[in-house]
Design a protein around this ligand. Sequence first.
Ligand code: DHB
Ligand code: FE
Length: 278
Amino acid sequence: MAEIAGVLMMSHVPAIGGAIAKGVQQEPYWKPFFDGFPPVRDWLAQAKPDVAVMVYNDHGLNFFLDKMPTFALGVAPQYQNADEGWGIPVVPPFEGDEDLSWHLLESLVDAEFDPVSCQEMAVDHAFTLPLQLCWPDMKWPVRTVPVVVNTVQYPMPSAARCAKLGRTIGDAIRAWDSDARVVVFGTGGLSHQLEGERAGFINKPFDEKFMASMVDDPEWATQFSIHDIIEKTGTQGLELLNWLAARNTVPGTMRTVHSNYHIPISNTASALMALEPA
Ligand code: DHB
Ligand code: FE
């Protein structure tokens, strides 16, 4: 049966792609951010995952506001990146894992989640940047499965629902008839708001409590409504739902491999956590 080797959660700000393209990782603005990643790369080199399940929100590259699934799952052999208009380079395509995708789809539908199944899917910065930060040579050593959560347009799924999505995906991975090692990514957040009168809003005390909960109390955030989370973390801080789903693929306490928190990257409180089963 397959095994979850770890859960990696990190922010996905497009400007990171610009910094990588310009090679400015060691400049003072970027160094505290990029310095978070070597320990994660070391851990990946030793954990040697075969597959990455990517829990993230699409920002209009694949789903626009006219068709917004609450949950969607990629079941394609390959996923292409494309220009989103941020001026960052398009990265090489990602191999899918059709066997795990279809197994997850069947498991989710059995559990009454009913995600939209996508046999073609473009992947945006929320999918590409975390993988680029983990494997800067862009020779992707993992097959991928995209899991898209609507954190963008009302009505969004509740925190409790996202945690349950994660538990269902975790159980399905462990029941998958494969000896693959799977790493689960949750991307986005933490607190940030890009528009309106609270643009630039960041809530460090809340982010710190949320990050602590990821270690040993993964359901802590399910006490909050969508409105609570937006009030506490900003409109785009709601992307923490992706962390919540990813983290809840593994029950109970996890061991912290590495964590980093840095304000700001662009408008975002940038956070990184690498956890492995305790
Ligand atoms: C920014 C953050 C995001 O999560 C995103 O998807 C786009 C931009 C930002 O802070 O610039
Ligand atoms: Fe985002």
